[in-house]
Design a protein around this ligand. Structure first.
Ligand code: TXA
Ligand code: MG
Length: 326
């Protein structure tokens, strides 16, 4: 099994030595490499089995460090950074010459964020340079929110260390915005920070349009996906699907208040009472759900606070959406 370590100094030495290290962030775990070390960055793509046309996020300690990796930044983006960094906000900005094409998949912009997890903040401070870090999972599979998930996901020898930061609190990836325009921004990937919160601080509008030239791997239709079917089903139809015969084959994820609406007590269930509680447990529950034949997710509320969760579960269930059309 991959070694779980608590010593940030060892992680720093390993990164400076050109090794890949799994690191905790407040959102999900990342697979980190020195942002200035090309062979180490190539190793990340290899370990993740990620196509090289999918760019990586540069993780920095603060805005001062970020400025080394960007060419320019609009005033509203500085306001957003001052309000939300360190935290789950990634900004896509024009890149400086220091950023390799390997990181950006040849684009002229770079995605950048300062993670809030204290362990990784200490790591970045000691390193005094940026790391690139995609989520620590095989390409297309469920992201990881604990060291145990990473041990399940990767084999011995793929890399050496997982830096222990416990369970990551937010549970889903950062909100990514395109901040390369002077007077508006766009959301490329929804996250726990909502459009309203961002617009309020930015003081410029959020204009979301489909831009097929921007490469966002999470924007692939199927992503964050378990190896077994995930079905999103309306509350009033769930009892049509679950029978005494298939009870043992199902993990149901549903709103806590509704838990008694569904067949017997023998049904395995995971319950939540808010969007943030669902987000913080979602990947862990999907991983546990891989032990069952099916994962059924009761349709969550269609409210703004559930937007990022909807984005993830729609992709997790994408391959199986035809199974629930009837
Ligand atoms: O919360 C997070 O953001 C986590 C933690 C580890 O920080 N990281 C993460 O990385 O989710 P990853 O690689 O799984 O997703 C990063 C996304 C990808 O979809 C990638 O295409 C997009 O960011 N991205 C990176 N650079 C970009 C750029 N220049 N323009 C547009 N999208 C970009
Ligand atoms: Mg990812």
């Amino acid at each position: 099994m991959l070694a779980v370590i608590k010593d940030t100094k060892l992680a720093v030495i390993s990164l400076l030595d050109g090794q890949v290290v799994a690191i905790p962030t407040e959102t999900v775990y990342g697979l980190a490499a020195d942002a200035n070390n090309i062979p180490a960055i190539k190793q990340i793509f290899h370990i993740k089995q990620r196509p090289i046309d999918h760019p990586l996020i540069v993780h920095v300690y603060d805005l001062a460090m970020a400025r080394q990796y960007i060419k320019s930044i609009p005033d509203y983006a500085v306001r957003l950074i001052e309000q939300f960094w360190p935290g789950p906000l990634t900004l896509v900005l024009p890149k400086s010459d220091r950023v390799s094409d390997l990181i950006t998949a040849g684009q002229s912009t770079v995605a950048i964020r300062a993670p809030a997890h204290p362990v990784t903040r200490s790591l970045l401070q000691q390193l005094d340079r940026a790391v690139v870090a995609p989520s620590a999972n095989k390409y297309g599979h469920i992201s990881t929110t604990s060291p145990e998930h990473i041990q399940d996901e990767f084999s011995d020898g793929e890399f050496d260390y997982i830096l222990d930061g416990g369970t990551t609190p937010v549970g889903i990836e950062s909100t990514i915005i395109d901040a390369s325009h002077a007077d508006y921004f766009s959301i490329l990937r929804p996250g726990s920070l909502t459009e309203q919160e961002l617009v309020q601080v930015a003081g410029v509008p959020c204009i979301n349009k489909q831009d097929n030239t921007i490469r966002v791997s999470g924007a692939k239709d199927s992503h964050y996906a378990p190896n077994n079917p995930v079905l999103i089903i309306e509350s009033n139809k769930i009892n049509n699907v679950i029978t005494e015969q298939n009870l043992d084959n199902i993990l149901l994820i549903c709103y806590a208040q509704n838990k008694n609406n569904y067949l017997s007590q023998d049904l395995s269930q995971k319950n939540y009472t808010s969007a943030s509680e669902l987000a913080s447990n979602l990947y862990s529950w999907l991983r546990e759900g891989e032990k069952y034949k099916y994962i059924i997710i009761e349709q969550p509320p269609q409210t703004i606070d559930y937007l990022a969760v909807w984005d993830r579960i729609n992709r997790a269930s994408f391959k199986y959406r035809d199974m629930v059309k009837s």
